[in-house]
Design a protein around this ligand. Structure first.
Ligand code: PGA
Length: 256
């Protein structure tokens, strides 16, 4: 990426932290990260239960928050669901959509992803769409096919609101939570293709491309240096103060 670009550091806390732990981490970040460089855009995806207080705390230091998962109908008889509209009402700026753990552990499909995309756009949320192949798909040489289908389902024929960002995270499933991060030059090649597919699917869009999958302090710079990688989506290492700080500090080096 060129030296004057904005870097995106997105933290997906998954189900790692309970209510107290989430608030403790949010407060620690708010204390420590008072002066985030303007060229670093940070967002946190906390659990539903801690979403509101964490959002209040992080908004003070200009860190946005988003839902990890949400339903596309605003209100109604959907036991156990929380709507995108409710997240928006509680201060969300972003919506994580189609994370591979949703797709593979909870059988979320491309149709669900599409419904969520449309609703997120209607509500004024910035969607963060996750795409990526499994280990088996990779072995079978299907990486490109899988990602193209996922992107097409999410984006084709959408009318894109002017000025709204689209964030797409390439997260190879085999790299998530495994410590087996995708080689940064291989990831760059996939991002380049993703960039091309997005521009052929939809015009007038501002795509922000993130890499996700076992990002740590010691490899974050490798990704951020790539031309088509604008940032990272981090799971495990984002849910601990020290490892997140290391990532932030190493990212700051890149823009110095
Ligand atoms: P990980 O998860 O950083 O723990 O590999 C990334 C993600 O799932 O977004």
């Amino acid at each position: 990426m060129s030296a004057d670009k904005t870097i995106y550091l997105f933290a997906n806390w998954k189900m790692y932290l309970d209510y107290d732990e989430s608030n403790i981490l949010a407060n620690a970040l708010a204390d420590k990260l008072k002066k985030i460089p303007v060229r670093i855009k940070m967002a946190v995806f906390p659990s539903a239960l801690s979403f509101y207080p964490v959002t209040q705390t992080l908004n003070d230091i200009k860190i946005g928050t988003g839902s990890q998962n949400a339903y596309w109908v605003d209100k109604g008889g959907y036991t156990g669901e929380i709507s995108l509209a409710m997240y928006k009402n509680s201060g969300a700026k972003y919506a994580l959509i189609g994370h591979s753990e949703r797709r593979h552990l909870f059988y979320e499909n491309n149709h669900d992803v599409r419904q969520k995309m449309e609703e997120a756009l209607n509500l004024g949320l910035t969607p963060v769409v996750c795409v990526g192949e499994t280990e088996k798909e990779r072995r079978e040489g299907k990486t490109e096919e899988i990602i193209e289908v996922q992107l097409r389902a999410a984006l084709e024929n959408l009318s894109w609101p002017a000025g709204r960002e689209l964030v797409v995270a390439y997260e190879p499933v085999w790299a998530i939570g495994t410590g087996l991060a995708c080689d940064s030059t291989v990831a760059e090649e996939v991002h380049k293709k993703i960039s091309g597919w997005i521009s052929s699917l939809i015009s007038g869009i501002i795509p922000v491309l993130l890499y996700g999958g076992s990002v740590r302090g010691n490899n974050v710079a490798d990704y951020l240096k790539q031309e088509h990688i604008h940032g990272v989506l981090v799971g495990g290492a984002s849910a601990k103060f020290d490892s997140w700080l290391e990532i932030v500090q190493n990212a700051e080096q890149i823009i110095k």
